[in-house]
Design a protein around this ligand. Structure first.
Ligand code: ZN
Length: 162
């Protein structure tokens, strides 16, 4: 299990590098990310959140679970959906639990990329899974969900964060 990096850590603001080797180290990293996600009660985790600046995330949204290496994200349905969203890397200073805010996301997306063995994968998602994919993909670009909020809402969250 790895320590979850929190907002203020530069690794969360650094665009990630593609994974080049589909080797044992990658498989170990994926396993560590899955363990860290479950230990923290998360529904998704991107590699920068454990300090690894690589294009890779894991997820488990109501049992739809897996990992995507070198993901690409396509918006299929740009209709904006507003729903509560939080992030393990943006915890309350006092509670240590994620801070939530209604965050706009596209209603439907496709994600393509590779699995742990380098085999191509492609998924379509709507609802919470689409939200999760957009959130995790953002992490790989150095973007946090608070960046998607209106200025006042963002400020309110940041005042409660570490
Ligand atoms: Zn997050």
């Amino acid at each position: 299990m790895r320590e979850i990096r929190v907002i203020g850590d530069p690794v969360l603001r650094t665009p990630t590098e593609p994974v080049t080797d589909f080797d044992r180290d990658l498989r170990r990293l994926i396993d560590e990310m899955v363990e860290s996600m479950y230990a923290a009660d998360g529904v998704g985790l991107a590699a920068p959140q454990i300090g690894v600046s690589k294009k890779l995330f894991v997820y488990d949204v109501s049992g739809r679970k897996g990992h995507v290496v070198n993901p690409e994200l396509t918006i299929d349905d740009a209709d904006e959906v507003l729903d509560e969203e939080g992030c393990l890397s943006v915890p309350g200073r006092d509670t240590g639990k994620p801070l939530y805010a209604p965050t706009p996301r596209a209603a439907g997306v496709s994600v393509s990329g590779f699995d742990r063995l380098g085999r191509p994968v492609r998924m379509k998602a709507r609802g919470l899974l689409a939200r999760c994919f957009q959130h995790e993909y953002d992490h790989l670009e150095g973007v946090l969900y608070v960046d998607r909020l209106a200025k006042d809402a963002k400020r309110k969250i940041l005042l409660q964060a570490p």
